[in-house]
Write a protein that binds this ligand. Sequence first.
Ligand code: GDP
Length: 196
Amino acid sequence: MLSKCKFVAGVQDKRSLPDFLVPEVAFAGRSNVGKSSLINAVTRNRKGARVSSSPGSTRQINFYLNEGVLALVDLPGYGYSKASKESASSYMSLVEHYLLTRETLHRLVLLIDSKVGLREIDMDFMSWLEEHCVHYSLVLTKIDRLTDREFDDVLSAVQGRVEGCCMLLRPIIGTSSKSGKGIKELVHEVSKCVKE
Ligand code: GDP
């Protein structure tokens, strides 16, 4: 269902946000979490989202429209230390503006690198989402780098953090853009949440 996604806009300031009226699902996470690779995997697009060799280089919000019925939104990665303080705060203000005002936003998908686990910056971001009542789902990326046992451990740790959190929508999905594991399940969840 997401294979018809086409890049339609890259936005760097609040005034340029597109005025689509279709449901949106946004993807966020730390720089280098595997967000571009995952967006390419769910859209089955080899060149849709740019896979960066330099972490933190995507400083804008990218919109991908799927046949006029759904938009995938690629938010800039956070937590990359080489970004200057000034540019970091200006894009965070763009992201905050988007998350707080976007009426068509149905779900935020927050990516966590399964090999790295939850970092303080992720927990701060989750607390911010909860405080502002932004519904989010968690996806663990790059699970091809873990054994089943390691995956279970990281999943339990993450589940422990979000236990009782009503802003999180379950399930927590493990994905690998390399092996394709979990991609179908994620596409299913994304397609389902726009019907909610
Ligand atoms: P972004 O900065 O979050 O958009 O991350 P990218 O998609 O650019 O990926 C960052 C790095 O992680 C790249 O070197 C990718 O090849 C690697 N990567 C992304 N997804 C996977 C995955 O599922 N498995 C593995 N092993 N590596 C991945």
